[in-house]
Ligand binder design. Structure first.
Ligand code: C5P
Length: 398
């Protein structure tokens, strides 16, 4: 819930992508935002006002002469109440209007009268996006300090393919959340590991663990929101890559170790957050062929070899990044975590307070550093990730 106590005025203009604006209202509300919706007349040709009224639970405005606003000044009142004006979809015509300060309907008048930041998610045919007039308008709006979200490239409603598609609602939500997030890590490079590793027994079988990757991915997303350049080394998991994050997929602990060391050599991160549940052992001699289950044969026995400790190896480098380790313990968490912090020689160790953190959407974290320990109480992994990033940023500054 990153948008609690935030009020967003969503302007919907005339484009097929207006149907996605309905989903956008829901996703922004999921983050705690209060939504007011203003539509242009053209937008109502694509989606009815009733849809947005039902979703937002509030009146929808289309008309500068709307008498529901007590002082008759909808263009002032609605804009002043909002923390952000967001136009999605923003048509080529509407971009032109706001670039030139036109105020000939409620939404364009709101934009001219605003004293709040304005973000736009353009949506139009690729030729319209490439048109020199649109390019000039976009350049003017960049100069005016507008926040552009997208557009994306891909299949368009008209059957053509190219730039101009509206960004997906989740990407727009991410950009809105980032807009409100303090840029604690601006200019910092953060490398993370997340998820489980998979150690092969033979070509079809292997040993892994129940890590879902959710905590590590949430921290990667929070770092990107806080303005960092983020690279994420992910073991096998099915989560989507957070916007703005460069992802390296790996299978085994040794693969993960190789990529992390190479990124430390070539990219020199300022921070390393080791969230992955790395297998401590791998199968010493994995079979190149599938082990057969022959009747009467004794089952195979497995021999293990230790995996490299990625976190300890990063922390032991000559000029190490600020290292953050994780610990999941079933008992005596603080004692074990303190021990682990010293053994791995990392400044900050984060303990997951059980009972069963894997796969859950919430968690409790305990932070252990040289000062002692402090708790981040139970919250969603997303919220905890934001709080943890603020803690890391504070320690970096210190
Ligand atoms: O030693 P243990 O697995 O309990 O330590 C957990 C911490 O160490 C986590 O931050 C984990 O990502 C990291 N780790 C690692 N490489 C290993 C084992 C753990 O980076 N081989």
């Amino acid at each position: 819930m990153n948008l609690v106590n935030r009020r967003i005025l969503l302007g919907v203009t005339g484009g097929v992508a207006a149907y996605k604006a309905a989903e956008l209202v829901r996703r922004l509300q999921d983050q705690g935002a209060t939504m007011d919706v203003v539509m242009t007349e053209a937008a109502t040709r694509f989606v009815g006002t009733a849809t947005f009224q039902a979703l937002s639970g509030r009146p929808v405005y289309t008309d500068a002469w709307d008498t529901r606003v007590p002082n008759g000044m909808a263009h002032i009142e609605l804009g002043r109440a909002a923390d952000l004006l967001l136009i999605a979809p923003c048509s080529a015509d509407f971009l032109a209007k706001i670039a030139h300060g036109r105020a000939d309907d409620l939404l364009s008048t709101l934009c001219v009268a605003r004293n709040r930041p304005l973000a736009v998610a353009p949506a139009m045919n690729r030729e319209m996006w490439a048109n020199p007039a649109t390019r000039r308008n976009v350049a003017l709006l960049h100069e005016d300090g507008l926040v552009f979200i997208g557009p994306a490239a891909g299949d368009q409603a008209c059957g053509e393919t190219g730039d101009g598609r509206m960004s997906e609602p989740d990407e727009i939500v991410e950009a809105v959340v980032a807009h409100f997030t303090p840029r604690h890590l601006a200019g910092r490079r953060v490398l993370l590991t997340a998820g489980p590793t998979y150690e092969a027994i033979d070509p079809v079988r292997g040993i892994t663990n129940r890590s879902s990757g959710k905590m590590g991915f949430a921290i990667a997303r929070a770092c990107a929101r806080a303005g960092a350049d983020v690279e994420l080394v992910a073991g096998p998991c099915s989560l989507g890559t957070p916007p703005g994050v460069l992802r390296h997929d790996v299978i085994s602990a040794r693969d993960m170790h190789g990529i992390v060391m190479s990124r430390c050599d070539h990219w020199t991160p300022d921070v390393f957050v080791s969230v992955a549940a790395v297998a401590d052992w791998r199968v010493a001699n994995p079979s190149a062929r599938k082990l057969k289950k022959d009747a009467g044969q004794t089952p195979p026995s497995l021999e293990f070899a230790p995996n490299p400790d990625i976190l300890a190896d990063v922390a032991a480098r000559a000029n190490p990044p600020y290292c953050v380790g994780f610990a999941a313990e079933s008992e005596n968490l603080i004692e074990h975590a303190r021990d682990k912090r010293e053994r791995k020689r990392v400044p900050l160790l984060v303990g997951n307070i059980g009972p069963d953190t894997f796969g859950r959407d919430d968690n409790v974290l305990v932070l252990i550093d040289e000062q002692g320990s402090s708790e981040l109480p139970r919250a969603s992994k997303d919220d905890l990730a934001g709080a943890l990033v603020a803690e890391i940023a504070r320690r970096l500054k210190g």
